[in-house]
Design a protein around this ligand. Structure first.
Ligand SMILES: Nc1ncnc2c1ncn2[C@@H]1O[C@H](COP(=O)(O)OP(=O)(O)OP(=O)(O)O)[C@@H](O)[C@H]1O
Ligand SMILES: [Mg+2]
Length: 515
């Protein structure tokens, strides 16, 4: 890092916290950023909005030393800086919470928080005690109930995200970058994070905040910058704009309001779940799911609401044969009792599932985009035992188009795609298997507003063609928009069921909190 030494910090007291000037960054086949200039004031929360692939994460990775720009300059607090790695940025007081979680699963929570900056005793030994204590304090300030000694890999995504946040906070940075920090959090956890954010701002921290959730952006931001296709579109004061305007700058056109109020026709019963119970040994509650019963019909979308830990993911995983095999009760598919021991068996029975945690369960980094999309439909691409490239390309063209994946081509590396576009690939993969039942566990996590609307329209169309969908979402408006019926889980029990017409956010939250 080059810092002009000799200039007194006082000279720069009025300088912006961050100035990125004329930043250009190219990757093979794409210009991720083209001549972007961004100025961030001290102590403000500056939101960055843009569609999937607009360049938001790339810009923040440049600010935090992960990538070096091809062109352009960086100034931190009025001082020119050039980062050759994340350590340089950390030294300059910049911490980043990455969109794709980067924790070491086999290490404890505390070890992850202090990774590479381990605390040592006077004798040079690892000071586990003090790391444990400090980590505990950080987690407590985030109101996160996880113990610092827990193995990180065993945590659910939402908790892992809180660990990432604790890690960034432990750096005591003056500039904190949050790349979609709430995408895996439930509403109540997001509210907790918002309290932390307000504390940081009150203490003078500058925050850069990426989110696809407009309500969040409009609650928190002082100013908003919009990127489109790697270019800077606008920077505005929050009070001078509206969500609608931001969205239209993001997509470059006015978005039509998608309404799915037109009733769907309920077909025959596809799935019956009766008295489903999933034990939870060594936990005071004793079960993850208790006596859950419901039906799913062809042509309908059944929403499952609940707080984190309510058992939504477990419910879907159990049906899909991806969870603990210790469940009791009955699952009937087309009237016949079934018990899947592996997702493969569920796939053969024409059930598909889009998981909430794409990195751990869904994405194959060694396969390209086409490989990831065609993965579960390979028999269709195989000819005489050989995988024909042409056949594969034909096969994946439809789902890539329908889900709106933005990629330089079918054979681009999946790891080069933006977070939201990776998620679209996984949805495309499952659509390609032409399932009768689709289980969607928070499917639009990290997907931009425009793409979301298109995805909703796609799901709606497939339902009208007879697909049965079970959908969970961390965003209630999404369930209220899409679902025909909503069941609510609270601590593993089914506490309410609402028809679309009678469901409101208020009623659902009451049922979800057991109030
Ligand atoms: N490591 C990489 N290799 C190749 N291409 C990349 C890489 N990182 C980003 N890109 C490309 O750069 C562009 C911008 O990606 P970026 O991740 O910054 O988007 P984003 O705005 O954060 O999107 P999202 O909302 O989906 O997270 C995309 O076209 C993406 O495919
Ligand atoms: Mg991103």
């Amino acid at each position: 890092m080059s810092v002009s030494i000799g200039t007194k910090a006082a000279d720069h007291a009025d300088a912006p916290a961050v100035v990125m000037r004329g930043i250009t960054k190219r990757f093979p086949g794409v210009v991720a950023l083209a001549d972007v200039t961004l100025e961030v004031r001290r102590g403000e929360l500056h939101a960055i909005c843009g569609e999937n692939g607009a360049g938001k994460s790339t810009l923040m990775k440049i600010l935090s030393g992960v990538y070096q720009p091809d062109e352009g300059t960086l100034e931190i607090g009025g001082v020119p800086a050039r980062f050759t790695g994340t350590r340089d940025a950390e030294k300059a007081g910049i911490a980043i919470i990455h969109q794709e979680l980067a924790l070491v699963e086999d290490l404890s929570v505390a070890a992850n928080v202090f990774l590479g900056r381990e605390k040592r005793t006077a004798l040079g030994l690892l000071d586990d005690r003090s790391m444990h204590d400090e980590c505990g304090r950080l987690l407590e300030s985030l109101e996160c109930p996880v113990s610092p000694a827990t193995r990180t890999g065993g945590l659910r995504v939402g908790d892992q995200q809180l660990v990432e946040i604790a890690k960034a906070l432990s750096l005591d940075a003056s500039i904190v970058v949050m790349d979609e920090p709430t995408s895996a959090l439930t509403e109540s956890e997001s509210a907790r994070l918002e309290r932390t954010i307000k504390r940081l701002l009150a203490a003078g921290t500058t925050i850069l905040y990426i989110s696809h959730k407009m309500d969040e952006v409009f609650r928190l931001a002082d100013r908003i910058t919009v990127l489109r296709d790697g270019r800077h579109v606008r920077t505005v004061n929050r009070v001078d704009t509206s969500p609608r305007q931001i969205t239209s700058w993001m997509v470059g056109r006015e978005l039509a309001d998608h309404e799915f109020r037109q009733a769907r026709t309920r077909g025959p019963t596809l799935l019956e779940v009766r008295g489903l119970t999933l034990p939870w040994p060594d936990h005071p509650r004793g079960y993850r799911l208790s006596n859950v019963s419901f039906d799913l019909h062809a042509g309908e979308i059944l929403g499952v609401a609940g707080l984190m830990g309510a058992g939504r993911t477990e419910l879907l995983e159990t049906i899909f044969g991806a969870g603990e095999p210790t469940w009791t009760g009955e699952i009937r598919l087309d009237g016949k009792p079934v018990r899947f021991h592996h997702p493969r068996e569920a796939c053969d029975a024409r059930i598909a599932m889009v998981t909430e945690d794409r990195k751990r369960l869904g994405l194959f980094p060694d396969l390209d985009v086409a490989g990831n999309v065609s993965l579960c439909s390979l028999s269709e691409a195989l000819r005489g035992g050989f995988l024909s490239r042409r056949r594969e390309e034909d096969l994946v063209a439809g789902p890539i188009r329908d889900t709106g994946v933005k990629t330089p081509g079918p054979h681009a590396a999946i790891t080069g795609l933006s977070g939201g576009n990776q998620q679209k690939c996984i949805i495309g993969r499952w659509l390609l298997t032409k399932p009768a039942i689709l289980l969607l566990d928070d499917p639009t996590r990290g997907i931009d507003v425009g793409a979301k609307a298109e995805l909703y329209a796609l799901i709606d169309r497939l339902c009208r063609e007879g697909l049965g969908v079970i959908l969970t979402s961390s965003e209630l408006p999404e369930l209220l928009t899409l679902a025909d019926r909503i069941i609510v889980l609270a601590e593993g029990r089914l506490t309410a069921e609402f028809a679309r017409a009678e469901a409101t956010e208020q009623k659902i939250i009451e049922a979800a909190t057991g109030g």
